[in-house]
Each structure stands twice: as C-alpha cells, then as structure tokens.
Design a protein around this ligand. Structure first.
Ligand SMILES: O=P(O)(O)OC[C@H]1O[C@](O)(COP(=O)(O)O)[C@@H](O)[C@@H]1O
Ligand SMILES: [Mg+2]
Ligand SMILES: [Mg+2]
Length: 331
C-alpha cells in the first residue's frame, strides 16, 4: 500500500484572486478596500462573460446584431452582451461612478456618485474572431476620479492620461480563461478554474523578455504602412522571425508578453491615426507592458505619455519586448 502524506493527498489549490487581492491590499496601510472590491467586480464580470462566450453557439448570442457602435463598426451580439454584463457588474459593485466603453459614445453614469473610481473598457476585444472560436478578450483601465465625490463624473476623470491609471489589465478567453492585471506593482496572471469557479494565481510577476522573435502585424495592409514599418517587417523576415497574428489584440499581446515579441498596429493611408483606441486598448496594455519591463510606443514616444483629447481617439501602437520596440522606431 503506498501511503501518501496529507499534503500529497490534498494538494493545495493555489492562491485565489481574492486572497491575492487581500494580501496586496495589506501592503498599503491606508487602503480602504474599494479598489480591491472593484477588481473583484471585474473578475465576476469576466466569469459571466466567459460563460456567455462558451455557450454562444448554443444560444442565440452568436453573430452580428445589425447595429453599429460609435466607431461605425458592426456590433456583434457578444459585444453588446459583454458591454451590458460589465456595466451591470460595475454598477452593482458600487465602487465605480462612471464607465467609458468602446460600445457607447458617451460616459455611462452608474449612479454610484460616492464611487471613487472610473473605468474605461473594451468589453469584447477581437470581435472579428467571436464566431470562429479564436481567442478574444476584455480590456480595462482604472482611474481614481478627479471630480468631487458625491457629484457626477465628467470628461476630466477619463482624460487624465495613461500614467494616471491606478490599475489596468485584461481577461483572455482562450484555451483557458485568464485575468492579467497590474496595480502598479508588477504584473500577475490568474487562470480560471471552472470546477472551483475561482481565478487562481498561475503566472506570478510576469516579465516581458527584452528580446523576442515573434512579430504580430496585419501584413495585408503592408503597402499602406509607413516606410519604417515596412523596413522593420523586412528585417523580421531577414532574421527569420515568426509571424503570428490572430486578429485579437489581447491574444496577440498575451502570447508576446510571455514569449517575447512585438505587436504592431501602425497608421495606414485609410487610418492615419491607426485603428486601436488610446483610452481602452493602448493605455491599459501599455501600463501592463511597462510594468513587466517591456515598452509601448506610437512610433514617436511612449504611449503612456500621449495627452488624451477625446474618448474614442486612436493611436498607432508598437508594443512588446523592449529591444524590438526600440528597433521598429529606428527602422
Ligand atoms: O482586422 P485588423 O485590421 O487586422 O484588426 C484587428 C485588430 O482590431 C481589433 O479587433 C480591434 O478591437 P475590437 O475587436 O475590440 O474592435 C483588435 O483586437 C485586433 O488586433
Ligand atoms: Mg479591441
Ligand atoms: Mg471591442
């Protein structure tokens, strides 16, 4: 008979997100728990959206909705479902006084005027991949409000600039579901354990490798990219780098964050400002990549130093391993 120790018989389940948040909070003696609660609300919304995504093909929430968002893009049903689920979770959580979403033109006031935080979000990233079972995600960015508590939030709360984010992250709905975030003290990743219904710490203190050999860019637009980008793509081919592009920013970003690589969405003749949105795509991922030792540039300077002027403004973005981002802007 093979006798096992208690430890072997009952392997620890690992550190739950809840415990990790509590532990991180205890490092800040004056913390009052609102940001911790907000992170839990985001995790809850992520679990609900994950469930909706997993069963989208079984219930009638797959495909287009026949409506357009403020960007003039055709909304997928899941774009709208994810948007509603996130807004509801943040409203009910009580810590967020206002939300800016890719799917809505203007600020969404939650009615929690006592709330200290505002959230900018891309509820469903990689919409073109929803119906074809390719990884998609949610991206979020959190600011402490600058307008007085107990009054309504305003545009000033959202146009503070990327370096004023107090936390940011994403949820990746892929072969596993992961929540990756930072509160300015390193980057950690949590994998969703369906059987427990818990996010469990699986990637502690993620560091972006300084070098990489993966480049992610839509080469279909090659001829309308600026010369330095065309040069850089040429250099990647000469060096036999691997081209990996799934068309979901969160999925491409996450792979390159772990393995080393660069994601590029340059300006094009059609979109001189690029495609991606500064406040809820570029800023939050730039926050994560800088916290992990990588870099995010618009081709001229750091993404986090761009002064924001409008809710849905776009920016070219080159993000990933520091030596690769330095190389593209010099190409
Ligand atoms: O089809 P393209 O032009 O390569 O663009 C793909 C990019 O656009 C996006 O889908 C934009 O995000 P949304 O899906 O949230 O609108 C990114 O996820 C992706 O990297
Ligand atoms: Mg997006
Ligand atoms: Mg989106």
């Amino acid at each position: 008979m093979d006798t096992k120790t208690a430890q072997e018989l009952a392997l620890p389940v690992g550190v739950t997100l809840d415990r990790f948040i509590m532990h991180s909070q205890s490092a800040f003696p004056y913390a009052t728990g609102e940001l911790s609660q907000l992170l839990r609300d985001i995790a809850l919304a992520g679990k609900i959206i994950n469930r909706e995504i997993n069963r989208a093909g079984l219930v009638d929430i797959a495909g287009g909705n026949g409506t357009e968002n403020v960007q003039g893009e055709n909304q997928q049903k899941l774009d709208i479902v994810a948007n509603i689920r996130f807004i509801r979770a943040l409203k009910n959580g009580g810590e967020v006084c206002a939300i800016l979403s890719e799917e809505d033109e203007d600020i969404i006031h939650t009615g929690n005027n006592h709330g200290k935080y505002v959230v900018a979000m891309d509820p469903l990233d990689g919409s073109s991949n929803i119906d074809v079972n390719v990884s998609i995600g949610t991206i979020f960015s959190i600011y402490r409000r600058v307008t007085p508590i107990n009054g309504p939030a305003s545009i000033d709360d959202f146009l503070q600039g990327g370096r004023k984010q107090v936390a940011a992250g994403y949820i990746l709905y892929g072969s596993s579901t992961m929540l990756v975030y930072s509160t300015g003290d390193g980057v950690n990743g949590f994998t969703f354990d369906h059987s427990l219904g818990e996010f469990i710490l699986s990637h502690k203190n993620i560091c972006s490798p300084a070098k990489g050999s993966i480049y992610s860019v839509n080469e279909g637009h090659f001829h309308s990219y600026p010369a330095f980008v065309q040069n850089y793509i040429g250099q990647c081919k000469v060096k036999n780098f691997s081209a990996r592009y799934i068309g979901s920013l969160v999925g491409d970003f996450h792979r390159n964050l772990l393995k080393g690589g660069i994601y590029l969405y340059p300006s094009t003749k059609k979109d001189p400002k690029g495609k991606l949105r500064l406040l809820y795509e570029c800023y939050p991922l730039a926050f994560i990549i800088e916290q992990s030792g990588g870099k995010a540039s618009d081709g001229f300077g750091c993404i986090l130093d761009i002064i924001p002027t409008s809710f849905h403004q776009r920016s070219p973005v080159y993000i990933g391993s520091i030596e690769m981002v330095d190389a593209v802007v010099k190409a």
